[in-house]
Ligand binder design. Structure first.
Ligand code: AMP
Ligand code: ZN
Ligand code: FE
Ligand code: FE
Length: 284
């Protein structure tokens, strides 16, 4: 059997792997295909594509967009978009600006709590256009202000903790429309983590293509449950480890192995989405 991991991060967002390290690790673990799904960026796709080619792996370009539906944060995975689509890149760049400003605001809050963290030092640790809370957590650990990343989140960065800053998010509808506009396939990420199943019918109504049934933090029962949901709503089935490299101790890549039949179905849907996006592009 051949397998894929369709949920992976690099240092282009809050992972620690370089594209080359990611491809090497996936290859060591015997995967046939991988998708890169960095938060609000596709900047890592070109290099990961090249690294996968060298390693003999199939590469699926992707993204994980932070969105919201009825007040709940929902992550929407996009696959096989045209990663050079101008409108897609423009809108994603706006969300990167939101992330950068949020880091500045979180650091000023920490400074007001007498934690002498330097924003430029935090941005240097992040060293990417799509920084997030894990980078602030790393800076807090590095500066000796917290013993571990978990402590940093618990004391300061979790929702409603003193350095937490709410993040402006696009609606799930906008996220999916944007992915479709670029000819990609839209998938709800890790539904078992969100505990917001009530939003699923509205997402299906808005054109969602699939649901991530297999994820590192899903129990077997959860995966079974979301497989049923997928069947009920005629959704594609995806899965991935959500590996962030070494950022949370040992890498979790390898724990989720998605049979390639689901990748074939994903690619077939992407061909349909691309054809539809081209039709709209030509008529507008
Ligand atoms: P952000 O996108 O800036 O809101 O940050 C969200 C990221 O923080 C996600 O990738 C989470 O996996 C990560 N995260 C959330 N809680 C923790 C935690 N307790 N320890 C480490 N990382 C966390
Ligand atoms: Zn992440
Ligand atoms: Fe996520
Ligand atoms: Fe993720």
């Amino acid at each position: 059997m051949q397998f894929a991991d369709l949920h992976l991060h690099t240092a282009f967002s809050d992972g620690t792997y370089s594209p080359e390290e990611l491809a090497a690790q996936a290859s060591r673990l015997g995967f046939s295909a991988v998708a890169l799904t960095d938060h609000d960026t596709v900047e890592g796709c070109a290099r990961t594509d090249a690294a996968c080619r060298t390693a003999g792996l199939e590469f699926i370009p992707g993204v994980e967009l932070t969105a919201e539906q009825d007040g709940a944060e929902i992550h929407i995975l996009g696959y096989l978009m045209d990663t050079s689509n101008a409108r897609f890149l423009g809108e994603v760049a706006e969300f990167q600006a939101v992330r950068q400003n949020r880091i500045r605001e979180m650091v000023s809050r920490l400074n007001r709590l007498d934690i002498p963290l330097d924003v430029e030092a935090v941005l240097a640790i992040a060293n990417c256009n799509s920084p997030g809370r894990p980078h602030v957590a790393r800076a807090l650990v590095k500066g000796g202000h917290c013993g571990t990343m978990d402590e940093a989140f618990e004391r300061f960065l979790k929702k409603n903790r003193p350095a937490w800053v709410p993040k402006f998010k696009m609606s799930t509808e906008t996220a999916m429309e944007l992915i479709h506009h670029a000819g990609g396939v839209a998938v709800m990420a890790h539904p078992g983590l969100n505990r917001s199943d009530e939003v699923i019918p509205a997402l299906v109504e808005a054109g969602m293509d699939g649901i991530e049934c297999f994820h590192t933090k899903h129990t077997n029962a959860m995966s079974e449950y979301y497989l049923e949901i997928a069947e009920q709503h005629h959704l594609l089935v995806t899965g991935g480890s959500d590996c962030h490299g070494m950022s949370k101790g040992k890498p979790v890549m390898g724990g989720v192995r998605l049979p390639m039949i689901h990748v074939e179905k994903l690619k077939a849907r992407a061909a349909e989405r691309r054809a539809a996006a081209n039709r709209v592009g030509k008529s507008s």
